[in-house]
Design a protein around this ligand. Sequence first.
Ligand code: IFM
Length: 454
Amino acid sequence: MANKITFPHNFLWGAATSAYQIEGAWNKHGKGESIWDRFSHTPGNILNGDHGDVAADHYRLWKKDIALMKRIGLRAYRFSIAWTRILPGGRGKANQKGLDFYSRLVDGLLEAGIVPFVTLYHWDLPQALQDEGGWAVRSTAEAFADYANVVSRALGDRVQHWITHNEPAVVTWLGHEDGVHAPGIRNSAEAVRASHHLLLSHGWAVPLIRRNSPGAEVGITLNINWKAAASNSAADRNLTREQDGKWFRWFADPLYGRGYPSDMVEYFARCGALPQGLDFVQAGDMDSIASPTDFIGLNYYARELFRADASPNDPQTVFSYPQTPEHWTEMGWENYPDGLTGILCRVYFDYQPPKLYITENGASYSTPPDENGNVPDELRTRYLQTHFAAAHRAIQAGVPLAGYFVWSLLDNFEWAFGYSQRFGIIWVDFQTQKRILKDSAKWYRSVIRKNGIS
Ligand code: IFM
């Protein structure tokens, strides 16, 4: 007989999106240009020349989207604010139309009984600030604190959950070292400087948000996959530790008051990424970065295996995994639910945040509507079901997990992959903007109703 798994009372079942990936209206009502507008308008950067000019047209269709959230029964919705709608040039006078848009969205969510979780930065820096040096310069951290102040003053009476940054590691390494994300820089030294200013901007924003939004929870979201060595060799284990250091500890350690991990300082110095040492760290910075938060948000998707002597380092060749679409999502990411239990336990027992949320988890499968107009995406349902069960195992082990946001509410613009990857539990026809609840969304509705799974 199947066991029923019940989640804690008041568990926040949600779904997440981000501004650039769904809103469209890239130059409407006073919005300024962001680095993602510039990057996606530059030929060669995005698969098929796609861009977010219209995306899922959520700027226009937000009321319908809230109605769909209600149909699913979501208890919480995580979305991000486009900095360039609020401060088109990055700083200065606020654009009232931009503030009004988010204010209406928040009111609409509250009326629908859905708790708004606001992310302030999901990668769309104002281009005007990039032109002054972007995250590689300290003044961008100051501009972010001002922006956080403006937004939390406007929404802080109604928004009680704030996330400063989404995945600063992705901004750092994909945006500034690999150059596959905006702003498309390929420079390790600039990347490390950018990481410091991202963290610093978080630390400066936290007390401002607390002042403007009394009683609110404030946190940050980090991405963390389950990283494992492909063998017991010292080379594989060292590589795994370096990759974990680069993608997770470099961000988590300073946030929890440990400073930058010394093995990574040595590693970056060896790689030539610290030509002037840590000259960008000023007195008081590390205390600001360690400003106490109320929760950590974690985005988990997959396991990654590391093999030092293989090129390309293709995890699919390491063990003879089943080559099925169930095991590998269309992103080529491994479906590995146990990793979710692992990262939740690791982060809680190692760093001891007061509370955790899974702020993103989901799978890309492009299952289209069938002849009856249903979207039978059972692979996504199975992915979610096994990951919910994995999260529950962590709760049973003592992890204070308070909510879970499926990525994503809607099919959307998947960055460098354009519209080729579909993560939504709602199908979006990008020609007509018609939406269809996928079977996974209908299944999710029953999970939320029962507060559990079988
Ligand atoms: O679409 C992204 C999101 O913007 C950040 N986290 C990972 C998702 C899937 O790649």
